[in-house]
Design a protein. Structure first.
Length: 274
């Protein structure tokens, strides 16, 4: 009889206690290429939880970030999390309070990063958002910008929950979810994060001149894997690799020609090659 009672107790507990699930935050970026500095934040709810809002702090060592408004943020017609509480604005129209602008995901920003805050809003009657957000997807993407990579030649980007703005909020606000955050992303090609490097500013002085042509000539036909790295003749110079394909070729020369004598590209004061 005791064994039967114990079995029933185990059965009741297994039915009444929900499985502990988690909201997993991801952060990815290409290993090389022109979009090397583009980071995409994604999410996955492994237990089917419905997340109503995200508030995440982005920390960039020796730099900041720019949100890429092209995709998937900025368009309420295609994004699940298209309400930006931190930057939404209101106005009074004939005595009624109406939304004046949805703003951007960036709620706060400073020299070392900032906060993105994104929420969902849907209703059966809404032709653009009749359904709840998917259990997984992309939140937003941003570009890492830095002017000082430091002597260790690395810039890292990390995510944390912004508790002041709620962190991760589920449909039931009384439930605190388990949130798994990604490891920090490390960028080793610091030149590529300079504001004008992809437009042929190898020297980091904010303009494209003979100094950039000289850097290209010294690194001409070298590759990251096959040659020593440095700024001398015959060495692979990541600063002269304008298209980020890990080699210095005619494609980089074409970029330099297209941007020859360009100015106002911004300064990058401390440039190192890996």
């Amino acid at each position: 009889m005791k064994k039967v009672a114990l079995a029933l107790l185990v059965l009741v507990l297994s039915v009444s206690v929900p499985a502990m699930a988690a909201v997993n935050i991801t952060m990815t970026h290409p290993a090389s290429g022109a979009n090397y500095n583009k980071v995409t934040i994604g999410y996955n709810c492994d237990g089917g939880e419905e997340v109503r809002a995200f508030a995440l702090t982005i920390t960039v060592t020796d730099g900041g970030f720019l949100v890429d408004s092209a995709a998937p943020v900025g368009d309420p017609n295609v994004a699940d999390y298209w309400v930006y509480p931190g930057s939404i604005t209101f106005t009074i129209d004939e005595g009624n309070t109406v939304v004046d602008g949805f703003g951007t995901p960036v709620a706060e920003q400073d020299a070392n990063g900032g906060v993105v805050e994104m929420a969902s809003l849907y209703a059966v009657s809404d032709p653009c958002h009749p359904d709840a957000p998917a259990s997984s997807g992309s939140l937003c993407s941003f570009k890492v910008i830095t002017g000082n990579c430091g002597l260790d030649n690395q810039t890292s980007v990390s995510l944390s929950l912004n508790s002041k703005r709620g962190g991760v909020v589920l449909k039931d606000p009384n439930v605190t979810p388990t949130v798994n955050l990604p490891a920090a992303a490390t960028f080793n090609y610091c030149c590529w994060l300079g504001p004008g490097q992809s437009r042929a500013d190898a020297s980091g002085d904010g303009k494209v001149t003979s100094a950039d042509l000289l850097a290209l000539r010294k690194a001409w036909q070298t590759t990251s894997a096959g040659y020593p790295h440095g700024t001398n003749t015959g060495q692979y110079n990541c600063c002269a690799d304008f298209n980020h394909d890990l080699k210095v070729t005619s494609l980089d020369l074409l970029t330099l020609r297209q941007n020859w004598q360009a100015t106002g590209l911004g300064n990058c004061t401390n440039k190192y090659c890996p």
